[in-house]
Ligand binder design. Structure first.
Ligand code: SF4
Length: 436
């Protein structure tokens, strides 16, 4: 079978990897596999592991948008893509690959705190994106979030459009916002849940009507187009009676045992976001044996194994830990996040992956994901600001920033031109002392 070639449809060409758009890096090609709602079936996990070994150097990355990437791809791009398509890992229409950017909770449909099960509506939104040629003109970075009120949810990533469920007078409604994150909760209005798909369609149509090719993201459009003008043109009734709202806080734990309405889930993470084929096959084996035959990727570059019987958690954990997966929040490597760095990326000023291992060994405190090493200002590994960021300036040398809501970017400069050891000595404090 010859994989179809994607037509060039977007007036906003992308440098992001896609399934067909295998982007060259220092360590070979990168192919990004977009997963619907982060869902990966056990057989698909095996297929990705096989593909990484057959067509690349065996490095698989979990991304911060709950997708997977294969790195170090050799010359046989066609063979790789065909292998992934046979496993059902492609879009229904090649032109619809890039736009499949809808984030849901890794425990959608299962979380004890959820207001409603977002999965059916998420499926409709993804179908809409894939099957509407006009929406294929959206940027590969244009992203949406559908929040069902789950305790396990990413609140800090900014989205071009987000929708968040609430109960009012016995009905479910969807609040929504544009070019913002759930954590800052800038609500613009609400619609009944059965109008959710129509709202998404209307917002996307309105964006494409108004945006120039240079305005690829909602925030760029709203810099020149008043939001009131944007909303006035939406062809549906928007309720504006409950704009004051703060999204309830979420659990900060995504590793270890996670509660479900029934049964439990287990969160595990590959060190520094990198999976080996053996890890992926091992996780597939565990969910076939003790779970529901599927995995969910998360925006924390981790995996969630859903619908486990509590009695199977311990053997599952032992099996996964033996493969090198992190199964507890207290693991030092869970505290650090690092981009590819100079070993694989030409833009990298330092080998962040290696320096992150050094740094993790010096940290005795800290929540998962609390220290971020970025080898250049693009911040590929994190889509939000970590409590502490080490920004590389040269091999083995970093500027240390502490998050500060009053300052843009990475926050307040705490130390300049530090070695990982010097930064580690400054950071080995409980997280609450790092965060202003
Ligand atoms: S943050 Fe910079 S150095 Fe790191 S992977 Fe991204 S582009 Fe490369």
């Amino acid at each position: 079978m010859t994989p179809p070639l994607p037509p060039e449809v977007s007036p906003r060409p992308s440098a992001c990897p896609g399934l067909w758009r295998i982007v060259a890096a220092r360590d070979g090609g990168i192919c990004r596999i977009k997963l619907p709602g982060g869902l990966l079936l056990a057989d698909q996990a095996d297929a990705v592991a096989d593909a990484a070994e057959r067509f690349a150097g065996g490095v698989i990355e979990a991304t911060n948008r709950a997708n997977l990437q294969i790195r170090g791809i050799g010359d046989d791009h066609r063979g790789l893509v065909e292998h992934l398509l046979v496993a059902g890992l492609g879009p229904r229409d090649a032109a619809g690959d890039d736009v499949r950017n809808l984030m849901v909770s890794p425990l959608a449909g299962l979380d004890p705190a959820m207001v409603f099960d977002t999965r059916p509506l998420a499926g409709q939104v993804l179908d809409l994106l894939e099957s509407t040629p006009r929406f294929h003109k959206l940027s590969a970075k244009f992203a949406m979030q559908l929040d069902g009120g789950e305790a396990l949810a990413m609140l800090e990533h900014a989205h071009d459009l987000w929708l968040s469920a609430m109960q009012r007078e016995g009905r479910i409604w969807l609040r929504f916002g544009l070019a913002s994150s759930l954590s800052n909760s800038q609500v613009l209005g609400a619609v009944p849940v059965d109008q959710g798909l129509a709202l998404v369609r209307a917002v996307l149509e309105r964006f494409l009507d108004l945006a120039t090719p240079e305005q690829s993201r909602m925030r760029q459009l709203l810099q020149v187009c008043p939001v009131e003008h944007f909303l006035e043109g939406l062809p549906l009734q928007i309720d504006t009676s409950s704009l004051a709202w703060q999204r309830p806080a979420t659990t900060s734990a995504w590793l270890g045992v996670l509660p479900q309405r029934q049964g439990v889930a287990l969160g595990v993470a590959p060190p520094l976001g990198r999976l080996t084929p053996a890890m992926l096959r091992g996780a597939a084996h565990v969910v076939r044996q003790w779970g529901d035959g599927s995995l969910r990727l998360t925006p924390w570059q981790s995996l969630v194994l859903t619908n486990l019987n509590p009695t199977h958690v311990q053997p599952a954990r032992e099996h996964l830990a033996a493969l090198g997966l992190l199964c507890h929040s207290e693991h030092p490597l869970a505290r650090v996040v690092a981009c590819t760095g100079s070993s694989g990326c030409a833009k990298g000023q330092a080998d962040t992956k290696a320096d992150a291992v050094t740094l993790a060994g010096l940290l005795h405190h800290g929540a998962p994901g609390s220290v971020h090493l970025s080898a250049c200002p693009r911040s590929c590994a994190m889509a939000h600001t970590a409590p502490a960021t080490l920004l590389a300036r040269a091999p083995g040398r970093y500027d240390l920033y502490l998050r500060d809501a009053r300052q843009p970017g990475f926050g307040r400069l705490r130390g300049a031109d530090l070695t990982p050891e010097e930064a580690g000595a400054m950071l080995d404090l409980p997280t609450e002392h790092l965060d202003d």
